[in-house]
Structures are given as structure tokens and as C-alpha cells.
Design a protein around this ligand. Structure first.
Ligand code: ANZ
Ligand code: ZN
Length: 832
């Protein structure tokens, strides 16, 4: 009987599929466990990153079933998005066809890995029955004033002809097509995620099952900042050529460093600031200012705020008055101040802020030191800004106060004098969801000449994507050209009206899909709260670190929002989060352009899914990058053959020579028993700690112990212990290599279903031992390992060590200077 993985894998995949083994049910006495891998974008082909992601999820899902959980393990497709549309233009296929063909192909590939998905819950976000409810979520947000329209400057990729989120702009270039991203002023739809900024931040504390790394990334993205808004009066005396500015004309700055207010030597204002034209109107350099403003507006924020970008600006001709000392200071328009953070105006303190320092150097603005380091009272800023903590000077009654304290004192002073007020700001921006593209969920909004901007009525959902549209390179969104789509009637007044032609960012689709899996067939509502409350939250979520910010933040936002509306009990979607590392080949990420892509199909064809799974789980800790290695896959395959071989060996003996099995319990039996229970203990711990890469080697060790038993005993086997070893090898190997284990389980004569077999608890007694393993070193280098009885004294150990063959050889009669023995751990022999 040979191990033909192709036959075995096909056979079991069919059995699981036909008997709906992994179909999840809400009715169960077992505790629920919801395990989810980030659903794939149907790009066309599965890559090794997918395989790693789904294998990890599958191992955990199968393990949880064995541990008595009612497991939900679903999968679906994040099917809207740009590539489908770009492919449509390039290859003249319809995005729908391109997408669904890809899904079909990738589904076949995923099934070949042997994954335990409940395929009856499969969802495709581009299907009407799904995006109907994505639109429903839009309507709910709109009803609650959390979806709004605003004209704003957005990142615009001229080649993809669409708006990009900040994170889709990498080093000022479009993440997809690598063209330089510009700015465009467009009317756009936003979700008011900023309303949830504080919750999104403070609830991070509750997420014990998330890594600090991801939590920090989220926290930095939300970017809570506490500071003061200070009003600087605009000086009127210098406005001779312009209509008099009103006396209540102020520029309000936002600063986190009120302690530096005596060091302010200019005001910097963002080019997009709404009051900018009031300030430059009629000034000598008005036209120069206008040119600068237009230029700066086209630069993306990422470029503008990069430390490499030259700090650029232009003097407005106007001045402001510092409220604390009535000093007159010039107002500059600068590229490095952004309009939509704080107030869009900054008080420039060149002595204590690096950006301000660079700017001041470029424009010959005075630099006034107001903080000195404790140890140097005569300190003056010269080569670079002094940003560290210190003591105040040149700051009147605040002199000689520590600056950390002065922040409080001056904030208090400013508030008292009504010069300003404390303010909390967030870096987090509202979520721009408008996309000027076709392949997305249409935004369910109607423009009615009589009723204005109104939401489509819930009963008219979905607002369907029309199929017959033209894709061409030069036009805007194909929807903007599709009369059949645009023209509609207003559900309020019955008059002719127009539809919104923007579609939603695909992050909207993926911000709630984990809820849909709880009730994927529901055609009335996105999910029944009962079912969602049964399954939610996701107990274990697994995906790439590249989604650590946006996808997770948006999912958390939508979950919190739906909870506030009463549809959900949980206010966090993902209890535990595992971010798996990448799959590398020769040290770099697999990519077509480098030509180092390993095709999962070929690996499975050559070695089988079980071997590929074993390799993937074995080769690296889950969160670390994994270096692809063909010979290790081959090694995994040889290991499985070894497992197969020994089980067949014992099966044959069991059948032919039943009498060869004894009941006697000797030292060998005890040793094997210890190996079995030690493995159970360790692998169970591995699962608890998500450190599964070590589990395979533990199973290998157990397998070796069984081989050793077979060789030492020579035919007089204790059947009970052999059976216990084989059973546990199969149970513990099963989550990793499910096909071969199910087959072996049958061959070994088991009639139960291995999938639902209970994971064993280890027997404490069996692993108790009076032996420990110590290492033998010479000059700190390990030469051998040795089992010794724990009660040996130093001399006895010394004797054993000096008689050890490897030590003898290494010593080679050299003089021993020192002999160190750390009890039950290390022997170190020091030689010259
Ligand atoms: C004066 C000052 C002096 C500042 C100093 C810093 C150091 P966070 O912590 O990120 O909130 N700032 C405020 N609004 C800005 C905008 N729209 N564009 C660019 N920069 C802006 O940073 C707050 C600080 O960033 C503020 O404190 C302001 O500079 C700047 F020694 O004010 B500070
Ligand atoms: Zn109307």
C-alpha cells in the first residue's frame, strides 16, 4: 500500500463536500467559534500568500472542531474594484465576466488546498444580493448624518482617472499604476468616521488579542493630539491698499506647544485656507501669492509634508499680532501647513520646531530661543531646532519654568485672557468613499429638481449597476454616460430625477462582510441580529499586515455604528487578530516582475496539498516572513511518507500476527507513552500561543519515538501503546495534513469520523520523569546532549561527561582548566 496523495486528497475533498462536513449551524450546544481569513480579491490566480493565509486558518478551524467548538469558517470574494475595470478596457471583456471567471478559477485552486470552508455561505460583494445591503448601510449612515457630500481637494490619479485614498498614494505616486498623483477639487461623498475617533482609539485598549504593533498603527492613524487654539489678530495698519479688514479678523492657530508662544516669529497659513484671499487681497505680492497657491494645491499632501520636500512659501504682505506680547509678525503662505488639520494655520517657532526652522532659514525669519536645556542656561539655537524639553527663557513671568509645566500654565493663561482655548484634534480624516468608476456599488442617492439631494428609498434597493456600458480610456465614469442608469424618478414626488454616478470605495464592501457570513442567504435584511449576535465577534481573524490600518478601522467603525443602531451587541468585530508574514523567495516578495513566483497549483501537483500545508506551517513562525524552499517541501513529503509507512507496517502485523501483541508494560512502553503525552502537552500549548511552527517537529519526534519502539522491541509489541501512539499522531497531524490523516484513520481500522474526534488531554503521570537532558560544552560550545537522573551529584556527572565519546574526542587529552556544572542544565569544560 503506497501513499498516492492525489487519490487520497481528491477522495477526502469529495467526501467533505458531499457530506457537508463543514456546514455551520446556529443550533448547537457547543460554544461557538468564528474563524475568518481576510477574503481574497479575485485577481485571477491564487498566490502563496493566499495559501499561507488559508492554511493557517484551516489548521485552527480543524483544531477548534476537535476541541468541541461549533465552528463557523466561511469564505467569499472582495469582488468590486479597479483591476476588473482596467482589464475590461484592456481586453474588452466585461468586468463582471472577468471577475466571475477569476472567482471560478480561484475557487478551484482553494478547494485543492483542502480547506474546511462552509461554501454554502460564500459571498461575492459584486452580486446584487450583497451590494443591496452595502447600499443599505450607506442609507443608514445618511439617515444618521454620517454620510455627507463635500467639495474637497482629493488625490487624483490622472491615469486611473479616480480618486485615491491617502494610503493608495505611495511616495506621491499611484499605488497601482505608479503615475504621479495630483490634486483635484471634486464634490465627494464622505462617511463621518471622525465622530467615532475617540471610541476607535479608546476601545483599542480592550483588544487583548491584537498585537501592540497593529494597535499602535491604528492609534497613530487616529492621531489624538491635545493642544490649544490661539487667536492671532490680523494687523490692520498695514492694509492701506485694501478695504479695511474688520477688527474681529483673527487667524486661529492650533498648537501643541503653547510653551513656545514667546518664540513665535511668523504665522504660516495653508494655501487652501478659506480666508486666504481676504489676507492677500490688494497686497503688493497678491499675484505672486495666487501663483503659489495654485501650485501648492496640485501637490499631494504626502509630498507636501515629506521631510525631504523643501519648505516653500510666500509672504502675504500682512501681519498678525501675538496676543501674549503684542508683537507684530509676518504671515506667510506655506506648502508644509495642511488645510484640513487643526485650523490650517500654524504659529511659526523656528527655534523649537524643525520644519519652522528650515522655513525660517529659507526666508530670513528671526529665530528666537525660548527654551534652553537644563545644563546650559546660555544656550542659543543655531544649527537646528531644539525640540527637546528644557527651561523657559525670554518668556516674561514664565521664565525659569520647565517647559512641560509651562505648557499647562500658558494654556491656562491664554484661556483666562480669552486669547484661546484648549482643543483635542485627531489626524483621522473622514472617509472619502466616492469613486468615479463603474465596478463598485452605486451610491444610492437621487438628485431631484424639486426635493433636492435625497436617499433612494430602502424598498428600491439595490440600485443596480447597468450591464450595458461603454468602457473607454478617455471618459470619466462609464455610469456618467449611461442614460438608462442616470435617469430615474424621484420616489418622493414622482418627477424625473438623476442618479448619483459615483460608486463606493470597495473598503465599504469589506467593512461589513464578516456580518453577512452570519446570515448570508437573508434577502430581507443584511443579517438577522439574532444570528449575527450568535456568531459575532470573529474569534480569530487572520490576514496581512497591509490591512492593519484601513480595513480594520473601517470594519470597527461600521460595527460600532450598527451596534449604536441596535443591530449588534458587540462593538468590536475582531477579538483576536493574527497578521501572518509574507512568503518570500530568495529573500524578496514573490512577484511577477522579479520572476520568483511559485505557483501553488504546481506545488500541489508535485507534492500534494498536505505536504505544502506542512511545509508552510513548519517553515516559520506565523507572524514572520517565510522563505520558500523547494527541498523543504520535499522534506515534508518524505515525512508524510514515513508516517504512512509505519502505520501500514503495524497494520500488517496487527492483521497477520495478532498474537505478536503483548500487554506487557516495560521501559520501552513507558518511553513511548512519555513521548506521546509530551507531544500532546506541547502541541496543545503551541495552539494556545499560536506558535504552530514548532508543532510539526514535535509530531516528527513522536513519529521517531514510534520507529524507535518498533526497532527495539522486535515483534513483541504492546498493542495498546502502539494504538495510542498512532491515534494521537493522526489526531495531532490532522489539522495540518487532513487528507492523509483521514485516510490513515480508516486504514488503521477506525470507524469514527476523524474530523469530529476529540483532541486528547495529556496524562500528567505519563510525562513525569526523574531524568533531565543536560548539554555538554567545551569552552561554551555545545558538543553533545545527555539524559541524566536528576539526583546525580557533581562528581557523578563529571565522570559521565568525561567518559562521553564526543567530549573525549574534542578534549583530545588537552589540559582541563576548569569544570563548571550548573545542576541539571549545563556542563562546561574549560580548556586552554
Ligand atoms: C507651534 C509649535 C512649536 C509647534 C513647537 C510644534 C513645536 P500634532 O502633535 O501632530 O498635533 N501644526 C498644527 N496644525 C498644522 C497643520 N495644519 N499643518 C502642519 N502643521 C501643523 O502637531 C501639532 C503641531 O503641528 C502644532 O504645534 C503645529 O506646530 C503643527 F516648538 O505649534 B506647533
Ligand atoms: Zn422629488
Amino acid at each position: 500500500m503506497q501513499y498516492y496523495f492525489k487519490i487520497v486528497e481528491k477522495k477526502w475533498q469529495k467526501i467533505w463536500e458531499n457530506s457537508k462536513t463543514f456546514k455551520a449551524h446556529e443550533k448547537s450546544n457547543k460554544p461557538k467559534y468564528y474563524i475568518l481569513e481576510m477574503f481574497p480579491y479575485p485577481s485571477g490566480n491564487l498566490h502563496m500568500g493566499h495559501v499561507r493565509n488559508y492554511t493557517i486558518g484551516d489548521v485552527l478551524a480543524r483544531y477548534k472542531i476537535m476541541n468541541g467548538y461549533n465552528v463557523l469558517h466561511p469564505i467569499g470574494w472582495d469582488a468590486f474594484g479597479l483591476p476588473a475595470e482596467n482589464a475590461a478596457i484592456k481586453n474588452e471583456t466585461h468586468p463582471q465576466k472577468w471577475t466571475f471567471d477569476n472567482i471560478k478559477n480561484m475557487k478551484k485552486q482553494i478547494k485543492k488546498i483542502g480547506t474546511s470552508y462552509d461554501w454554502s455561505r460564500e459571498i461575492i460583494t459584486a452580486e446584487e444580493k450583497y451590494y443591496k445591503f452595502t447600499q443599505w448601510i450607506f442609507l443608514k449612515l445618511f439617515e444618521n448624518n454620517l454620510a455627507y457630500q463635500k467639495k474637497s481637494f482629493v488625490n487624483w490619479c490622472p491615469s486611473c482617472r479616480t480618486v485615491l485614498a491617502n494610503e493608495q498614494v505611495v511616495c506621491g505616486k499611484c499605488e497601482r499604476c505608479k503615475n504621479i498623483v495630483g490634486k483635484k477639487n471634486l464634490k465627494q461623498w464622505f462617511f463621518k468616521i471622525t465622530n467615532y475617533a475617540e471610541n476607535l482609539l479608546s476601545d483599542l485598549k480592550k483588544l487583548d488579542g491584537w498585537s501592540d504593533k497593529v494597535k499602535n498603527m491604528q492609534s497613530n492613524w487616529i492621531g489624538r493630539s491635545t493642544g490649544v487654539e490661539i487667536n492671532f489678530k490680523i494687523d490692520e495698519i498695514n492694509t492701506l491698499n485694501s478695504p479695511k479688514l474688520m477688527s474681529e479678523n483673527f487667524l486661529t492657530v492650533y498648537t501643541t506647544r503653547p510653551d513656545t508662544i514667546f518664540g513665535v516669529t511668523y504665522i504660516a497659513i495653508a494655501p487652501e485656507h478659506p480666508d486666504i484671499f481676504k489676507i492677500i487681497h490688494g497686497k503688493q505680492n497678491e499675484s505672486e501669492c495666487r501663483i503659489f497657491i495654485e501650485k501648492a494645491k496640485l501637490q499631494s499632501e504626502i509630498i507636501r509634508t515629506s521631510s525631504e520636500t523643501e519648505k516653500d512659501g510666500v509672504f502675504t504682505g500682512s501681519y498678525a499680532i501675538n496676543p501674549i506680547n503684542e508683537e507684530k509678525i509676518p504671515i506667510y503662505i506655506t506648502n508644509y501647513v495642511l488645510c484640513d488639520y487643526g485650523t490650517g494655520v500654524v504659529m511659526g517657532v523656528p527655534a523649537h520646531d524643525t520644519r519652522d526652522f528650515e522655513f525660517a532659514k529659507n526666508y530670513n525669519i528671526p529665530i528666537k530661543t525660548v527654551i534652553y536645556p537644563k545644563e546650559d542656561p546660555h544656550f542659543e539655537v543655531s544649527n537646528c531646532a531644539f525640540e527637546a524639553n528644557g527651561i523657559l527663557k525670554n518668556s516674561r513671568e514664565f521664565n525659569e519654568i520647565e517647559n512641560t509645566e509651562a505648557i499647562e500654565k500658558i494654556a491656562h493663561y491664554l484661556e483666562n485672557k480669552k486669547f484661546g482655548k484648549r482643543k483635542i484634534n485627531y489626524k483621522l480624516r473622514d472617509w472619502l468613499i466616492s469613486r468615479q468608476r463603474y465596478w463598485g456599488a452605486p451610491i444610492p442617492i437621487i438628485y431631484c429638481p424639486k426635493c433636492g439631494i435625497i436617499a433612494e428609498s430602502e424598498k428600491n434597493l439595490p440600485v443596480k449597476l447597468p450591464e450595458n456600458v461603454k468602457f473607454s480610456k478617455n471618459k470619466k465614469s462609464p455610469l456618467a454616460d449611461c442614460d438608462e442608469f442616470i435617469n430615474t424618478t424621484c420616489h418622493k414626488c414622482g418627477k424625473n430625477a438623476k442618479r448619483e454616478v459615483d460608486t463606493m470605495d470597495t473598503f465599504v464592501c469589506s467593512s461589513w462582510y464578516f456580518l453577512r457570513f452570519c446570515d448570508s442567504d437573508n434577502i430581507e435584511v443584511p443579517f438577522s441580529p439574532n444570528k449575527a449576535n450568535y456568531w459575532m465577534n470573529v474569534d480569530q481573524y487572520i490576514g496581512g499586515i497591509e490591512h492593519a490600518i484601513l480595513h480594520l478601522l473601517y470594519s470597527r467603525f461600521i460595527t460600532k455604528f450598527l451596534k449604536d443602531l441596535g443591530y449588534l451587541k458587540e462593538n468590536e468585530p475582531f477579538k483576536n487578530l493574527l497578521t501572518q508574514g509574507m512568503v518570500l523567495k530568495n529573500g524578496s516578495k514573490m512577484s511577477k516582475s522579479i520572476g520568483n513566483v511559485i505557483n501553488p497549483d504546481e506545488i500541489i501537483e508535485k507534492y500534494g496539498a498536505d505536504s505544502a500545508r506542512i511545509f508552510i506551517m513548519f517553515a516559520a513562525p506565523l507572524e514572520k516572513d517565510l522563505e520558500w524552499n523547494d527541498s523543504s517541501v520535499e522534506g515534508a513529503y518524505r515525512f508524510l511518507k514515513r508516517v504512512w509507512k509505519i502505520i501500514i507496517y503495524f497494520k500488517n502485523i496487527k492483521e497477520k500476527k495478532e498474537k505478536a501483541f503483548s500487554e506487557k508494560t516495560d521501559e520501552n512502553t513507558k518511553t513511548l507513552k512519555r513521548a506521546i503525552h509530551y507531544a500532546i502537552k506541547k502541541i496543545t500549548e503551541d495552539f494556545k500561543n499560536s506558535s504552530l511552527n514548532t508543532s510539526i517537529s514535535r509530531i516528527m519526534e513522536l513519529c521517531n519515538a514510534l520507529y524507535k519502539y518498533k526497532e527495539t522491541i522486535d515483534y513483541n509489541y504492546n498493542f495498546n501503546i502502539v494504538n495510542e501512539a498512532i491515534e494521537n499522531i493522526l489526531i495531532m497531524l490532522y489539522p495540518f495534513a487532513p487528507h492523509i490523516c483521514c485516510e490513515m484513520w480508516l486504514i488503521w481500522g477506525k470507524e469514527t469520523n476523524l474530523v469530529f474526534t476529540k483532541w486528547n488531554k495529556f496524562d500528567k503521570k505519563a510525562i513525569e520523569t526523574d531524568e533531565v537532558q543536560i548539554v555538554l560544552q567545551i569552552n561554551g560550545k555545545i558538543k553533545d546532549k545527555l539524559f541524566i537522573k536528576t539526583n546525580l551529584n557533581g562528581d557523578e556527572v563529571k565522570n559521565m561527561a568525561l567518559n562521553n565519546q564526543k567530549i573525549k574526542k574534542a578534549l583530545n587529552e588537552k589540559e582541563i582548566v576548569n569544570f563548571i556544572y550548573i545542576k541539571n542544565k549545563i556542563v562546561n569544560i574549560v580548556i586552554k
